[in-house]
Design a protein around this ligand. Structure first.
Ligand SMILES: Nc1ncnc2c1ncn2[C@@H]1O[C@H](COP(=O)(O)OP(=O)(O)OP(=O)(O)O)[C@@H](O)[C@H]1O
Length: 785
């Protein structure tokens, strides 16, 4: 192309679009111009087109702007009076204009040529345009067909779209719902996956536990086998021990019989001895009287003899005088007569005195004979008494022997009795079902049954809940027909243990109204329905009384308290004096703290401890405690069963003969009702109360379990109840738990949970190793509870 500008893309082609509005033309509007600078070249006069002779235009190129600038840039003189300068400028300007015109002409030629070419191109383009128009018409038709089709399609599509939009709305709704559902399910999935993770964790821990349990199970099986062996051995021991016990009981009976017969013989001999002594004394007295009489008679005899001798000498003197007189006959007949009379009197006197002497001699011989007899009988009595003394000493030695044997027998009995109890287990659980009462709410349907197979009879109980049977086995099960005496018989052995110096704990566990208080205290005013506490006290007083003959002297001290909401309340009057008054003292103000000393003795600060001498006193104290409890009941809790009632008795015995000492403890506890939180429907204070009860009851079972597992740490301190009874719950103590059950069908849930609790306690074997070693230090029986 002619004069194609080198600055086609430069900033100066702005104006080219104004020339023809065509980008292609704009490129062709470049001009070659002569440089018009200070030293501008001469563009040539003839002004040839730049394309033909670039030298004519000085090789310059012009754009439209350049040309416009050239036309506008008319030379101006510095002074309008300087014509020369103005002429020079004008000629220069004209030169440049000429060059420009020349260049325009050249460009015009180029344009004309180019126009021709463009016309040819235009024609061909028009042809092509026609062709294109034709084809475009065709295409238009085709397109209109297509458009029709498309509009049809569009209508159809719009319909479809409308439908789809409706569907979409529905789908959006369902999507939203689905989203919600998905979110919920995602949440659920999250929780499920969390649960799953937890479950997997649980699973792994449970499988670990399972493994350890399996391991433990194996070990337990082994232990069980060894226990069974040991049990067989123990059973053998038990049977031999029972035989020994029977034998020693028989021996004891024989001893007691021997002793009583020996005592009888001894008494009759004593009586005989006493009567002999009396007759001996009588005979001695008689002998003394006779001796006195003999000596008196002897004195008399001597007197009479002296008199007789005097009379004889007098008679001799007189006879001599008579012979002298006869010889010397110088005396008168009168004198002779008087002398004769005198001599006759004297002779008569002498005769009577001789007779008197005779009589006295006879008397003397009789008295001497009687004295001899007396001496003989005294001798006999003496020998008899010696014999009796020998018999008595023999009997006394036999008596002391028999008494020693009785003491030994008693010791043996105690040992065997406690061995038998040890073999039964230190924690025993007895179940008692009370009769159905008129005030019971349930339908009264039969929910409890008692299996009758050989090995479960009297020990098994079955509870039917939702068609499922739950079976339990205890040391003994008392049916509703069992009397208070039947129940006490089973417990009386433990009372004997307390007298023998053991620590004994008896609990009554169960829900409210299941018969705990009835079992412990009985029905007031009905002698044949007395409970375990009065019956135990009666047995203790009877036994300690009968043991007095063996030298035993017992003293008893009692205290009664209740634990409500973990607080201890004294239920006895604080001074002995106030026992006799009917006033009830409010002891709630006092603080009672439990203390254990280094010797294992337990005391409760500010607690009243009363000396007990009779069952009457006990019933008075129990009545007082019931009154205090009911005072507390109105102040603090509506139901008595919301607190634990603890009757504690210390039994101290000393044997004067053997100097043996024993100190036993008997704790009888009526526990608070074991209702679950859900059943009690508690809120506020009641909730606190129920939680305190549940805490202390679960602490009690925790203590049993950890004792059974022989753990180093037993959680006695977790509740006041277990802390108070700490010394009475260990391996050396004996524990009996009554689980009281109501047969009412409305209490079935509570009954099941009570039975489960009791079954767990029953599974605890506390003190088995001690039985294995079979050793017991005497000290273990001496500490207070
Ligand atoms: N074996 C039984 N024979 C006859 N009556 C019984 C027997 N056991 C309990 N009862 C009666 O059932 C009722 C509830 O008994 P009791 O008061 O002893 O229950 P509890 O468990 O001590 O209740 P709470 O905890 O409320 O004191 C009482 O009327 C009682 O006389």
């Amino acid at each position: 192309m002619v004069g194609k500008a080198a600055k086609v893309n430069g900033s100066n082609d702005k104006g080219s679009s104004n020339a023809d509005g065509n980008g292609g033309v704009r490129a062709r509007q470049a001009f070659a111009v002569v440089n018009s600078g200070g030293g501008a070249q001469d563009p040539g006069v003839d002004g040839a087109p730049a394309s033909n002779a670039g030298s004519d235009c000085g090789g310059m190129e012009f754009s439209r702007e350049d040309v416009e600038a050239l036309l506008n840039d008319r030379p101006k003189a510095k002074s309008k009076f300087n014509y020369k300068e103005r002429c020079e400028n004008m000629s220069d300007y004209i030169k440049r204009l000429r060059l420009c015109i020349k260049w325009f002409q050249e460009v015009e030629v180029g344009y004309v040529q180019e126009l021709g070419q463009l016309r040819v191109a235009l024609e061909s383009a028009e042809q092509r345009l026609d062709e294109i128009e034709f084809s475009s018409k065709r295409k238009e038709e085709e397109l209109s067909c297509i458009v029709d089709e498309l509009s049809n399609n569009l209508a159809f599509a719009q319909e479809k779209l409308a439908k789809e939009e409706a569907d979409k709305v529905v789908a959006v709704d369902s999507l939203a719902k689905e989203k919600e559902g998905r979110l919920a399910s995602e949440k659920a999935l999250d929780s499920v996956s969390a649960d799953l993770a937890k479950a997997q964790e649980d699973l792994s821990s449970s499988s670990q536990r399972l493994a350890t349990i399996n391991d433990m199970y194996k070990r337990l099986q082994e232990y069980n086998a060894s226990l069974q062996e040991y049990n067989c051995k123990l059973q053998l021991d038990l049977s031999t021990a029972s035989e020994n016990l029977k034998r020693s009981e028989n021996e004891k009976l024989a001893f007691v019989e021997d002793l009583s017969s020996a005592k009888g013989g001894y008494n009759s001999i004593q009586e005989q001895f006493a009567s002999l002594k009396v007759s001996h004394d009588k005979a001695s007295k008689q002998k003394e009287v006779l001796s006195c009489e003999v000596s008196r008679l002897r004195v008399d005899l001597n007197k009479v003899r002296d008199e007789r001798d005097r009379h004889l000498t007098q008679t001799e003197v007189l006879t001599e005088e008579v012979t002298k007189y006869k010889e010397y006959t110088g005396r008168s007949a009168a004198e002779l007569g008087t002398l004769m009379i005198k001599s006759n009197e004297l002779e008569a006197k002498c005769l009577s005195q001789s007779e008197q002497i005779k009589v006295l001699r006879e008397k003397l011989t009789i008295t001497e004979r009687r004295l001899k007899d007396c001496d003989l009988s005294a001798m006999e009595l003496r020998t008899e008494s010696e014999e009796q003394k020998e018999v008595i000493s023999h009997l006394q030695s036999r008596l002391s022997e028999a008494e020693f044997k009785v003491v030994e027998g008693e010791k043996m009995r105690k040992k065997l009795h406690n061995t038998v109890l040890d073999l039964k287990g230190n924690v025993r659980v007895l179940c008692r079902v009370r009769p159905l009462l008129p005030e019971d709410n349930g339908s009264g349907g039969k929910i409890l049954s008692y299996p009758t197979s050989m090995d479960t009879q009297g020990r098994g109980i079955e509870l039917l809940l939702n068609g499922q049977k739950h079976s339990f086995l205890f040391d003994k099960v008392f049916t509703p027909e069992a009397s208070q005496e039947d129940v006490f018989l089973e417990m009386s052995q433990l009372v004997q243990s307390a007298i023998d110096g053991y620590k004994v704990c008896v609990f009554a566990y169960g829900q409210t109204g299941s018969g705990k208080t009835y079992t412990m205290l009985g029905r007031p005013g009905h002698a044949d329905e007395k409970g375990l506490i009065p019956r135990s006290l009666e047995q203790i007083f009877q036994t300690t009384q009968s043991l007095k003959s063996q030298g035993w002297n017992y003293e008893m001290q009692g205290s009664i308290l209740e634990i409500y909401n973990e607080t201890i309340r004294d239920l006895l009057p604080s001074s002995q004096l106030s026992i006799d008054s009917s006033q009830t003292e409010n002891s709630t103000a006092k603080q009672h703290l439990i203390k254990h000393d280094a010797n294992g003795n337990t005391s409760v600060s500010n607690l009243t401890v009363v000396d007990i001498h009779s069952t009457k006193e006990v019933s008075y104290l129990l009545n007082h405690a019931a009154r205090s409890r009911s005072v507390g009941k109105t102040q603090m809790n509506e139901e008595s069963s919301r607190s634990h009632f603890v009757f504690a008795l210390r039994i101290s015995g000393v044997n004067m003969n053997t100097e043996q000492r024993v100190q036993g403890v008997l704790n009888l506890i009526d526990l608070a009702g074991s209702e679950r939180l859900s059943k009690s429907g508690s809120t506020g204070d009641r909730l606190k109360e129920t939680q305190a009860i549940n805490k202390s009851l679960s602490s009690l079972s925790d203590v049993f379990f950890s004792l059974a597992k022989k753990e180093d740490h037993v959680p006695f301190r977790n509740s006041n109840l277990t802390y108070l009874l700490q010394p009475c719950l260990g391996g050396n103590a004996k524990t009996l738990m009554f689980v009281n059950i109501s047969p009412d069908s409305s209490s079935i849930g509570e009954s099941l949970s009570s039975l489960r609790f009791a079954a767990r306690v029953n599974a605890c074997e506390i003190g088995v190793p001690r039985r294995q070693t079979n050793t017991r230090t005497p000290d273990s029986r001496l500490s207070f509870g």
